[in-house]
Design a protein around this ligand. Structure first.
Ligand SMILES: C[S@@+](CC[C@H](N)C(=O)[O-])C[C@H]1O[C@@H](n2cnc3c(N)ncnc32)[C@H](O)[C@@H]1O
Length: 323
């Protein structure tokens, strides 16, 4: 088991190689997540946040999340559930949850007052990591796109280089790609061998969960809190009393038509009379949460309660006819 990179954390701000966005200290490698304890220190929390920030979730999304950023939405949902009267059991699905730290906060907010089952999911919920020789690892996302080249002392982001990046970036990355990618892909295909669900972990291949260690620990000890892979545009066909999508359906990342496709897809997983919570933090993600709680009535999503000025695309959702 690798050691949590606590001792290198103090030097971390100085050692991120300045001006070279693709080359970072190996402390930012996603594999560092595996070594994090269930109760990370503040410095380790900062590192976890930076790793998620550097990973991105597909080409359109950031993975950025932050503790407490959705607290106002949590409180409003708690009040709405209380106004609706207690139920036997409330099934909640928090989608596009990144490392699920805000899902855990919602669960903690509600679990003492309601009988709550909370599932947190994200499409980019894990990485596949393959060793190439004994010096390098290549991390791939769930779509088998290379994400990071991880050496002993450096990590190179495998995303497309910025044309304005320093020359060192544009030399090192293509060189690593040419040498590491073909053997890494061959090893990955052999490890997956037609089944992506439960590939065999070997000396050469491992999976790294992208869920926060606190969330993994909670899911291991409380069956009412679950972590899953799911795609908000094509969700698994279960039904929930409440679905929340925060900071994922916004014209900051995609067209309004794509947002509506996502809303239709997730609405199909809500029971009649159930709730859909849509929200976004202001100022590109760091500002106060704004959002709307909709109730599903027949084929319409009817706004029930707002947080701050409400969800950015509330009117488009209100006008939607599901069917
Ligand atoms: C900005 S984060 C939001 C995290 C959390 N909901 C919050 O508000 O703090 C957006 C997340 O959407 C995820 N994502 C992107 N496409 C997705 C899809 N098709 N289905 C589910 N999740 C997706 C990304 O992996 C990323 O973790």
């Amino acid at each position: 088991m690798p050691q949590a990179p606590e001792q290198t954390l103090m030097e971390y701000p100085q050692t991120v190689l300045s001006g070279t966005p693709w080359i970072r200290r190996s402390t930012l490698a996603a594999t560092a997540l595996e070594a994090m304890p269930a109760r990370p220190s503040d410095a380790q929390e900062a590192l976890i946040a930076d790793i998620h920030d550097s990973l991105r979730g597909g080409s359109q999304h950031s993975r950025y999340t932050q503790r407490h950023r959705l607290a106002a939405l949590d409180r409003r949902l708690g009040e709405t559930l209380a106004e609706h009267g207690a139920r036997q059991r409330i099934r909640i699905h928090d989608m596009a949850a990144s490392n699920a730290i805000t899902s855990l906060e919602l669960f903690e907010h509600l679990r003492d007052r309601e009988t709550v089952l909370l599932k947190a999911s994200d499409y980019y919920d894990r990485l596949h990591v393959v060793n190439v020789g004994d010096r390098w690892q290549v991390a791939f996302d769930v779509d088998l796109k290379p994400i990071q080249y991880i050496g002993r002392r450096m990590m190179v982001c495998a995303r497309r280089p910025d044309p304005d990046a320093p020359t060192v970036d544009t030399i090192v990355k293509p060189a690593l790609q040419a040498v590491l990618l073909p053997p890494a892909l061959a090893a990955l295909r052999s490890a997956l061998d037609g089944t992506r669900a439960h590939p065999v972990q070997t000396d050469q291949y491992q999976q790294v969960s992208l869920f926060h260690p606190r969330c993994r620990s909670e899911a291991a000890s409380d069956p009412r809190f679950e972590l899953q892979h799911d795609d908000l545009f094509s969700p698994a066909p279960y039904r929930y009393d409440v679905v929340r999508v925060a900071n994922a359906l916004s014209t900051d990342f995609m067209s309004e038509a794509r947002i509506i496709t996502g809303v239709r897809a997730v609405a199909a997983t809500i029971v009649e009379g159930g709730l859909l919570v849509l929200g976004r933090n202001a100022a590109g993600g760091d500002g106060p949460a704004r959002g709307t709680i909709f109730v599903l009535k027949h084929d319409r999503l009817v706004p029930l309660a707002d947080v701050s000025e409400g969800y950015q695309h509330k009117e488009a959702v209100r006008q939607l006819t599901l069917a």
